[in-house]
Design a binder for this molecule. Structure first.
Ligand SMILES: C[S@@+](CC[C@H](N)C(=O)[O-])C[C@H]1O[C@@H](n2cnc3c(N)ncnc32)[C@H](O)[C@@H]1O
Length: 282
């Protein structure tokens, strides 16, 4: 749900019988969007929840299946720029990065308490950061002198070992590390995988699933699931006919992920990294 931009647009398209269930794990998002969505004429449920628990939420609401799901992954502009939780390397904020402030572990805990090896693993696997070991080494060195308490402190430690010119498209050298820490703290890939395992059973015939992702780790997971749902047969290719009996669950609406056009990127630069994939339940 975030700050409710997509939700408002969906409300405008629904008939008077329509119902929209909006989820976000961030209580601030729930507060902001509840106000924004309050005046809608259709029924809107705004719920603070993890989308990986969609099955539980639908059961509580007595909704067996849904006709559409939009999953807009990652963090919101609000979280990045106004939450004060250290998601951005541009501001000097406490190193927190929890989308749900009731979760236990913060980015401070991870950066200051995990072993150098574990930090390198996180940076490599969740940030696809090629210089993961180098960065983890300099984090370990810096925290021996004093705890790393803020986002800017961490960004400067990373920038000191990685000159800006080495970053692709001259992005800030801490971009990938911040992504990695955020993913680790919020268990983003685990949640997405849990959701992908559950969603086929939660969607009505012809229901549409739309996934917006912002980096290749997420996009790969969505793409792989959609391809498997479309062709689930696990029989060896030389079998004359299918004996595994697995039937397609979804058909993809586009074979490739859709990217924003230049005009949209000019209006909304954050759309640059967005990839949209969509499939219809069959
Ligand atoms: C890109 S933003 C959504 C923006 C939204 N579409 C809008 O129009 O404002 C992603 C949102 O997903 C939320 N989020 C991330 N992981 C979540 C999870 N596992 N369960 C629920 N919400 C999650 C974040 O807190 C964030 O607000």
């Amino acid at each position: 749900m975030g700050t409710g931009g997509h939700s408002l647009s969906i409300c405008k398209k629904l008939s008077s019988k329509g119902r929209l269930i909006c989820l976000d794990r961030d209580p601030e998002a729930v507060k902001l969007s509840s106000k924004r969505l309050a005046l809608q004429t259709i029924r809107v449920d705004v719920i603070q929840a993890n989308y990986a628990d969609l099955d539980v939420i639908l059961k509580e609401k007595n909704i067996p299946k849904v006709d559409g799901v939009l999953l807009d992954l990652g963090m919101s502009t609000f979280q990045l720029e106004h939450s004060g939780r250290g998601f951005s390397f541009k501001a000097d904020e406490p190193l927190d990065m929890r989308m749900n402030p009731y979760d236990r572990k913060t980015a401070f805990d991870l950066v200051n308490k995990k072993s150098q090896k574990e930090i390198a693993w996180i940076l490599k696997n969740y940030g696809e950061e090629k210089r993961a070991k180098l960065i983890a080494g300099s984090i370990a060195q810096a925290r021996r002198k004093q705890p790393i308490k803020t986002s800017l402190q961490l960004a400067n430690i990373i920038a000191e070992v990685i000159p800006r010119t080495y970053s692709p498209r001259k992005r800030h050298p801490a971009t990938k590390s911040f992504q990695a820490l955020r993913i680790a703290i919020n268990q983003e890939l685990n949640n997405f995988q849990t959701f992908l395992a559950k969603i086929p059973l939660l969607m009505a015939q012809e229901g549409r699933l739309v996934i917006l992702s912002y980096h290749s780790l997420e996009d790969r997971l969505g793409k792989k699931s959609m391809a498997t749902w479309e062709r689930p047969c696990t029989c060896p290719p030389d079998f004359p006919r299918c004996v595994c009996g697995k039937r397609p669950l979804f058909k993809r609406l586009f074979k490739k992920g859709i990217k924003a056009e230049n005009k949209e990127i000019a209006e909304n630069p954050k759309a640059r990294s967005a990839i949209l994939r969509a499939a219809e339940r069959i």
